[in-house]
Write a protein that binds this ligand. Structure first.
Ligand code: UT7
Length: 326
């Protein structure tokens, strides 16, 4: 059975920075509160007319160019996103068209902040089964379009961006060792965007009730996240017969520095072995892990044969982990 190997990464964040000082002028908040409770200093905001597929395109072309591959060599494109360009078609189809990836099937995955790892699980399964040989997986979000800029509970958290990986079939000993994905829909009310679907179709009433914006019960989500992630990362190591000292780098979903530190501490990994870009990017949902992974790979923080552990938690609720030998 072939293994699935990440052969290249790429990422893109929009140029516009929104700082905590900027937010102080928009809602009743402070740099001190945001930094202390979340670890975020600034986030990037997509320009007018810059859509999720555009962010995905920049990340994807960076990964393709690093791999020295043309888009028509791709068998499949998966985009993990909750902020696609349109409800129909899939953002992956816009990306496929713009890339000229004529031989690739394309679809989206919605698993909120865990979306990239759900996509990795899907790509891993396709490659191990022999069905596809080369897959482009992108996590891309324009969360600023669905952020309620009058709600201080959520508007300080999110940012825009995209990260991409190219995954190939390999017969070597390195690659994706495990991906574990989980969901519990009974917690759907903790984190959602209620309007625009079949439950609350587009209407003036839905707009008046601000239903087209992301809602989150932050504190309750926080508690479930910490409890769940602590077990998730320990299970991921056990499953692969690894010790915490074997992990060269932990790459967590970037939601909150307190969640990240609690998970690292439970695992026994010092913060010097944890990838953090939350301070600069905020929470970019499905894009956060591939952006952090690209930053780690391109800055030399991951070397050949290193073990890396990825983990995420998000709306659904969903959570997931992956262990990769680089
Ligand atoms: O990405 C996927 C899943 N998401 C997460 O994992 C996020 C999980 N949650 C969190 O990261 C944190 O819960 C938040 C950062 C969202 C909030 O931090 P918290 O420590 O849980 O604060 P809280 O919601 O319990 O609010 C504490 C206080 C409240 O005031 P009172 O009721 O104590 O008077 C809030 O109204 O902080 C207030 N508050 C703010 N104050 C200043 C909430 N947002 C703000 C704000 N600025 N932006």
């Amino acid at each position: 059975m072939p293994t699935a190997k990440i052969i290249a990464t790429g990422s893109y964040v929009p140029s516009r920075r929104l700082t905590n000082a900027d937010l102080e002028k928009m809602v009743e908040t402070s740099d001190e509160w945001i930094l202390e409770r979340t670890g975020i200093r600034e986030r990037r905001i997509a320009a007018a007319g810059e859509n999720t597929s555009d962010l995905a395109y920049e990340a994807a072309t960076a990964a393709l160019s690093r791999a020295g591959l043309s888009a028509d060599s791709l068998d499949l494109i998966i985009v993990a996103t909750i902020t696609g360009d349109m409800p129909i078609p899939a953002t992956a189809c816009f990306l496929q068209n713009r890339l000229g990836a004529h031989n690739a099937a394309a679809f989206d995955i919605n698993a909120a902040c865990s979306g990239f790892l759900f996509g990795l699980s899907t790509a891993n399964a396709y490659i191990r089964s022999g069905m596809y040989k080369r897959i482009l997986l992108v996590g891309a979000e324009a969360l600023s379009r669905f952020t309620d800029w009058e709600d201080r509970n959520t508007c300080v958290l999110f940012g825009d961006g995209a990260g991409a990986v190219i995954i190939e079939a390999s017969d070597g000993s390195v690659g994706i060792m495990s991906v574990d994905i989980h969901s519990d829909g009974s917690y759907w009310e903790l984190l959602n965007l209620p309007g625009g679907g079949s439950k609350y179709p587009p209407s003036e009433e839905a707009a008046a009730n601000r239903m087209y914006y992301i809602k989150m019960k932050g504190n309750e989500t926080f508690k479930v996240a910490v409890r769940t992630l602590e077990k998730l990362v320990v299970d991921a190591l056990e499953k692969n017969n690894l010790k915490a000292s074997d992990i060269a780098l932990l790459i967590p979903h970037q939601a909150n520095l307190r969640i990240i530190s609690a998970t690292a501490s439970r695992l026994g990994v010092g913060m010097d072995r944890v990838m953090v870009n939350l301070d600069r990017c905020g929470n970019t949902s499905a894009a956060s892990i591939p952006i952090a992974l690209d930053e780690a790979a391109s800055s030399g923080r991951i070397k050949e044969n290193d073990y890396i552990l990825l983990e995420a938690f998000g709306g659904g609720l969903t959570w997931a982990s992956a262990v990769i030998k680089w």
